[in-house]
Design a protein around this ligand. Structure first.
Ligand code: DLL
Length: 434
């Protein structure tokens, strides 16, 4: 039996102690940003705040927000707060539009990040006796490096697979007895599909998976758990803050514990910037407490989420975040109704379809249209055309009933939608092409 926590004194610390760390960390971080980055200093001066105005967490609202646009504007060194000679690494986001975001790390920053990832692995039942297969992409993306580092810190045998080469992934799982798989949920679903089609479930020893980097539904979780015979845990994070490990699920799986010794989490109303109370849905905002090279002060993630300070029976005291529904930029507005791709995923899986789908949004005669391509399984594929049309109509009805939107549904042949090895691209928004 391994330890239940990686750092019990931190993960289960009393609230008063957490608040004390947060106040001290905030003061330190604000000073670091103000004194070492002209860009941060400019933003604070514009808002009329000085480091001496921030004495503790209660003063956080005085500080200006930092947005993705700020990061782009300050690229590459504007927010850097340590000389390059003290930095040991960069990582970068997978952004497809505009400039990439680059984050810098000192060795201290890397250590703190890897500790968060080690906590996540232990929370998923990991011990030094586990074999951890890291199938997130390695390179600039933080997924591979983060979980790799966490697994090392814990002392587990680490398989630095990176993503792709599905056959080889399964071969290693079999040959080396992988017990914990780390990858994106869409890649886990693909691996699960392959394992179950080939009848290999009995030949692998997986017990848990740590999946994140994109929004995924509870239905998708059950699908993956079933196909791989595991318990699937969610993990959250973003490059700007460190990478994976900002939040992670424990065995209770009722939200992800945010590493509150490293970050202050707030929920704000995305329109007004006002802080919202526990339990209300809004945009997640983070402030780093200990980052040296690249501190983030009130960073607006655009992720839509809910926080809960309710006591968790796992013993951890850090605040929990619900599964993010997706980024506000991924939210589709279809004839005035807000829909996230993950909600459509829920309807599809509940109606017996696989999580292989694509959404095509367009504007025709000034009205938004949504087309959903969904894969049939082999069995459905052999149905008659009229049976397939009836299935399509049933799915249109289910979507309308559940989400209140009208979408055209096209059932497509098995395996015709490209599988993802990293973050899945589920939405094609043709409106952005005009
Ligand atoms: O995706 C870091 C990561 C790697 C997290 C591996 C978990 C596992 P970025 O590429 O900077 O970093 O993308 C960050 O991905 O703002 C969310 O919109 C989304 N995201 C990350 N984790 C989750 C999750 C990594 N568990 C952006 N659920 C974030 C939903 C997630 N969305």
């Amino acid at each position: 039996m391994g330890k239940k926590y990686y750092q019990e004194d931190i993960e289960c610390a009393p609230r008063e102690e957490i608040s004390k760390w947060q106040s001290e960390g905030l003061v330190r971080s604000v000073r670091n940003a103000y004194e070492n980055s002209e860009y941060y200093r400019g933003k604070m001066e514009e808002r009329g705040v000085k480091p001496s105005d921030v004495k503790g967490v209660e003063d956080i609202h005085k500080l200006p927000f930092v947005s993705k646009e700020d990061l782009r504007e300050a690229y590459p060194y504007g927010l850097l707060c340590r000389p390059l000679s003290e930095c040991v690494r960069i990582q970068s986001t997978s952004g497809t539009t505009g400039r990439r975001v680059i984050a810098f790390y000192t060795q201290h920053d890397i250590d703190a990040w890897e500790e968060c990832c080690a906590r996540a692995i232990v929370a998923a039942g990991g011990t030094r006796d586990d074999v951890v297969q890291v199938s997130y992409g390695y390179g600039l993306f933080t997924g591979g490096a983060g979980l790799n580092g966490g697994s090392h810190k814990l002392g587990s045998l680490t398989l630095p697979m990176s993503s792709g080469s599905t056959e080889r992934q399964i071969q290693f799982m079999q040959d080396l007895g992988t017990t914990i798989l780390c990858c994106t949920p869409s890649y886990a679903a693909y691996l699960g599909e392959t394992v179950s089609e080939k009848g290999l479930k009995g030949t692998i020893k997986l017990k848990a998976g740590i999946f994140g980097a994109e929004a995924w539904s509870e239905e998708m979780r059950r699908d993956i758990e079933e196909k791989l015979g595991i318990k699937a845990y969610d993990i959250y994070g973003l490059t700007e803050l460190e990478g994976p490990g900002v939040g992670y699920e424990c065995e209770e799986q009722r939200g992800m514990h945010i590493c509150e010794d490293q970050f202050i989490a707030e929920i704000i109303d995305p329109n007004t910037g006002e802080t919202m109370p526990d339990g209300e849905k809004g945009e997640l905002v983070f402030t780093s407490l200990n980052k040296e090279a690249f501190p983030m002060i009130r960073y607006r993630t655009r992720d839509i989420c809910v926080l809960s300070h309710e006591k968790c029976s796992c013993g951890r005291t850090h605040v929990r975040m619900a599964k993010p529904m997706g980024r506000s930029d991924d939210m589709l507005i279809i004839k005035g109704v807000n829909v996230f791709p993950s909600q459509i995923e829920t309807v599809l899986i509940n109606n017996g379809y696989s999580p292989n789908y694509q959404l095509v949004v367009d504007r025709v005669n000034n009205a938004d249209t949504l087309d959903i391509n969904v894969e049939m399984n082999q069995e459905m594929f052999s149905d008659t055309l009229s049976e397939i049309s009836a299935r399509e109509r049933a799915l249109v009805g289910a979507l309308k009933g559940f989400l209140g939107i009208y979408a055209r549904v096209h059932l497509v042949s098995p395996k015709s939608i490209e599988r993802s090895e990293g973050k899945a691209k589920r939405v094609i928004d043709k409106r952005k092409l005009y």
